[in-house]
Design a binder for this molecule. Structure first.
Ligand code: GLY
Length: 327
């Protein structure tokens, strides 16, 4: 590493504690200093995922493998009822998965409505690397996964089956804020060189209609990055995020000079305005995380209760309560 790089890194570490605690957004421009590598992920399951991603990054395996293997931790955990194995099924009792991944060159891959494959994020990476396409869906995505050596498995655990049977007693589709609505894991990473990577994976809204696809596999909605500007990712009610192209808009606002917090806040406000008089308002929750090219970061949600996880040289496993629009 050059002396200059060393200097920048040490300087960054010197102020990291302060900037991190302030979510960077409180710093004025004069104080902005590059702080990376750094990883942020949605929710508290991001803690373990970030730790894995950090390990991979530090072992020199690169940012793309880091975000992939990071979110795989959540995909494999049956206790996380909104991602991968053990996720809540749709109203027919079938677990269907959405995921996408994106790299510093704007290469991206995505799968939607994928069934019986534990690690949709890895299938999304194969779509990106081994096909001329961005997105594969349903049976096509499954056939592709099988052709790549993925094995089929039942993703519906006993716990999720029991909850589904209980839900069927009333069959009322009214997602529970911050629980069923919705704990997608979205991860953003800036590496030693200031290059950006992102991944996003979910089993989608609990008790959704069969065939429903949310924001998470849609580049620009659930995840977006532009290596010249920054990265953003979403969690929450996918329909609302899609309607605003949420993550792409957060990145575009950062391109125009907004801080990560200002950008996330603007889009949450836009979503709030659009949905205030709709029937979904009572159960609407959306949250965004954003990371810019300097390594500054933020999270912001519509309602209270959204948190996100930070991992960098100074902050190993820090959980941050996001600022929010309404109580
Ligand atoms: N944000 C995940 C979903 O709505 O499916």
């Amino acid at each position: 590493m050059s002396n200059r790089r060393n200097f920048i890194k040490k300087s960054a570490l010197g102020t990291l504690g302060v900037s991190s605690l302030l979510g960077c957004d409180e710093l004025n421009n004069a104080n902005i200093i590059k702080t990376y590598p750094r990883i942020i992920s949605t929710w508290n399951h991001g803690l373990e995922a970030n730790q894995k991603a950090w390990e991979i990054l530090k072992n020199g395996k690169g940012g793309l493998s880091a975000v992939e293997q990071g979110v795989m931790v959540s995909e494999a955990d049956p206790q996380i009822r909104s991602v991968g194995y053990g996720g809540y099924p749709d109203r027919d009792g079938i677990v269907t998965l959405d995921a996408c991944i994106m790299d510093k060159n704007s290469n991206c891959g995505s799968v939607s409505f994928l069934q019986n494959i534990k690690h949709p994020i890895s299938v999304a990476r194969h779509v990106m690397e081994d096909t001329p396409h961005v997105m594969l869906s349903g049976k096509g995505a499954l056939d592709f996964a099988i052709s790549k050596g993925f094995k089929q498995e039942d993703l519906l655990t006993d716990d999720s089956r029991k909850d589904w049977i209980k839900w069927k007693e009333n069959s009322n589709y009214k997602p529970v804020i911050n629980i069923e609505n919705h704990d997608t894991i979205s991860m953003l990473l800036i590496d030693d060189s200031g290059d950006l990577y992102g991944a996003c994976t979910t089993s989608g809204a609990a008790w959704k209609m069969h065939g429903r696809v949310g924001d998470s596999p849609i580049i620009g909605a659930g995840l977006f990055l532009d290596n010249e500007v920054g990265a953003a990712a979403a969690t929450g009610l996918g329909e609302a995020i899609i309607k605003t192209s949420g993550s792409a808009m957060v990145v575009e606002l950062m391109r125009q000079g907004a801080s990560p917090l200002e950008a996330c806040k603007t889009i949450v406000k836009r979503i709030s305005k659009l949905h205030k008089s709709g029937p979904e308002w009572d159960y609407l929750q959306v949250g965004f995380i954003a990371l810019n090219k300097n390594g500054e970061y933020a999270g912001y949600s519509l309602r209270k209760g959204f948190n996100y996880s930070l991992h960098d040289e100074k902050n190993k496993n820090l959980l941050i309560d996001a600022k929010h629009e309404i109580g």
